[in-house]
Design a protein around this ligand. Structure first.
Ligand SMILES: NC(=O)c1ccc[n+]([C@@H]2O[C@H](COP(=O)([O-])OP(=O)(O)OC[C@H]3O[C@@H](n4cnc5c(N)ncnc54)[C@H](OP(=O)(O)O)[C@@H]3O)[C@@H](O)[C@H]2O)c1
Length: 252
């Protein structure tokens, strides 16, 4: 994908792994529109990046997606990049079910239905552009699950699979499909657990390495920083059982 002169819509662009690329792309000369549920967080981000714009969006709400997609297409007719980044993670104790079922459903609605619905809503617009891209943010946990977050890990495995199919279906169209596969990164996804946690990559280092990879020509179909390769290629390298064993000891 080209790295400047795009009009980019980022879900969850007010914090963490969404805000980093939103700011980097903004600095590279792109029009960037960020979205999320918390207006104050979006306002702060836009204030720090004058010219960036925001729209309040709840990706777990199909009406919100429909309304926002229509508004964005109308206000930004040049929109050509969608970054499906918004996500939530919840610990679940499956032995206590059905107690945690609401959490499981919320994770699926946000992390899987959200990107699918938004892609459906914006794909007609993206297909009209001469050059466009959909960037889906999955996770290393889509390749080896973190057993304490079973539904989260399952949504990321499903998002990976959906992204592969989307890429195949859109081959030969102007829409490039890219998957960003982060490792554990210190963000608010797991509040209180990030500070000084050696298991987690610093957000700054992660964004720097990710943007370097996005500068490669051609853009990699899967953007994998070094730290995530152990999980991404666990099965291929015969390390799946070892990785699963390690992740099985992690508590949230
Ligand atoms: N941090 C990691 O270790 C890690 C690893 C692999 C993958 N990821 C993925 O990276 C993505 C970003 O996570 P993060 O680590 O940057 O955590 P984060 O700082 O908590 O960011 C999550 C973002 O998603 C937005 N969001 C959550 N639910 C939403 C909803 N219903 N509608 C719209 N926006 C919503 C949040 O904004 P509002 O709360 O304002 O809505 C927030 O800006 C997620 O998809 C996550 O699964 C993270």
């Amino acid at each position: 994908m080209k790295l400047s002169e795009n009009t980019i819509f980022v879900t969850g662009g007010g914090s963490g792994i969404g805000r980093g690329p939103a700011e980097s792309f903004y600095q590279l000369g792109n029009k960037v529109i960020i979205s999320g549920r918390r207006r104050d967080v979006l306002e702060q981000t836009v204030k720090a990046n004058p010219g960036m714009e925001f729209v309040v969006l709840d990706v777990s709400d199909s009406d919100s997606i429909r309304d926002v997609a229509a508004k964005v297409v109308q206000e930004y007719p040049d929109l050509n990049v969608l970054i499906n980044n918004a996500g939530i993670m919840r610990a679940e104790d499956l032995k206590k079910w059905p107690g945690g079922l609401e959490d499981s459903e919320a994770v699926i609605t946000t992390n899987l239905l959200g990107p699918i619905r938004l892609t459906a809503a914006l794909l007609p617009q993206l297909q009209k552009q001469p050059e466009s891209a959909i960037i889906n943010v999955s996770s290393g946990l889509g390749f080896v699950p973190l057993p304490v977050t079973p539904t989260y890990s399952a949504t990321k495995a499903a998002l990976h699979s959906y992204t592969v199919s989307l890429r195949v279906q859109l081959a030969g169209t102007p829409v490039e499909v890219i998957e960003i596969i982060p490792p554990a990164v210190a963000t608010d996804l797991t509040p209180g657990r990030s500070a000084d946690n050696p298991r987690m990559m610093s957000l700054q280092d992660y964004i720097k390495e990710t943007m370097e990879l996005l500068h490669l020509k051609p853009t990699p179909a899967e953007v994998c920083v070094e730290r995530v390769k152990f999980l991404r290629f666990a099965e291929a390298t015969g390390n799946y059982d070892k990785a699963l064993q390690q992740l099985s000891t992690v508590m949230l």
